[in-house]
Design a protein around this ligand. Sequence first.
Ligand code: ASP
Length: 320
Amino acid sequence: MDATTRAKPNVQWAIAIHGGAGAIDRGESAQLEAAYREALESVLQEGKRRLTRGESSLDVCEALVRMMEDNELFNAGKGATLTERGTVELDAAIMDGGKGGSDASEPRAGAVASVTTIKNPISLARIVMQKTPHVLLVGPGAEAFAEKAGVERVPNSYFVTERRRRQLEAELERRRKVTDAPSASKYGTVGVVALDTSGRLAAATSTGGMTGKIPGRVGDAPIIGAGTFANDVVAVSCTGTGEQFIRNSVASGIAARMRLLDEGVQEASDYYIYRVLKPKDGGLIALDFHGNVAMPYSSEGMYRGSANSEGRFEVRIWED
Ligand code: ASP
């Protein structure tokens, strides 16, 4: 798609959110299902409110990811999955897609990985993007930078919940019997993609990674082009087995197929989820410049939702 000659978006604004691939089993707990639906709805409602009043896609992505980082249902910020040592290490990235056309501007990106005391990693990722010449800061260097930048820090125990402890125990038990490979956290990496009223796309992803990961492991979320990507054509946020998304450069691959092969957002997204990745590897949300949304997944379910200025507003967990 040629960014300079294409038509205007079909909508004023559009948004999609995800709360991770691999959902609770159908019928597992009506209470938990209701809690997830309610959380997704209030996040989407907030996105709708902000975009309607003209906020930038970047601000909206950050604000909504923060909401989900603070909600312990999701595998991001408080309630994130645990490493094999029972600690929490967080990854996040944010990307401003920039603009094509006469007032063109370059895409910008910021990310942090393996941070252990940052209450809202997505906000630190944004500061990396806006206040440093770098894209990705990791570990102790990122923490020291956060301290200087005045970003809120908390003890690592703040992130740890009983539910995640039980999941880690189950995972370590599974490995004693079956295999050493860490399994994808079943519940809740978070991501947002948004198109604002000025036609700018943005994407953001935040996660604790995979249950029982080796300390120091970094997933796809903070790797620009793997789990998170935005340009003036499409914004993408992925969830699932991060290594697979990194190996296949999924997020930027979708953008490349759309630009070079002229594929639509659904076609390009389906190509990666159903043809390149393995069954159950995960899913993604993608939003194009026109406001079209694709949300394919190959896991049991994916917490997700989308809304736009034309009245669309829906939240789903399975194919329901
Ligand atoms: N993609 C995340 C990671 O590998 C995990 C997830 O989405 O559940 O770190």
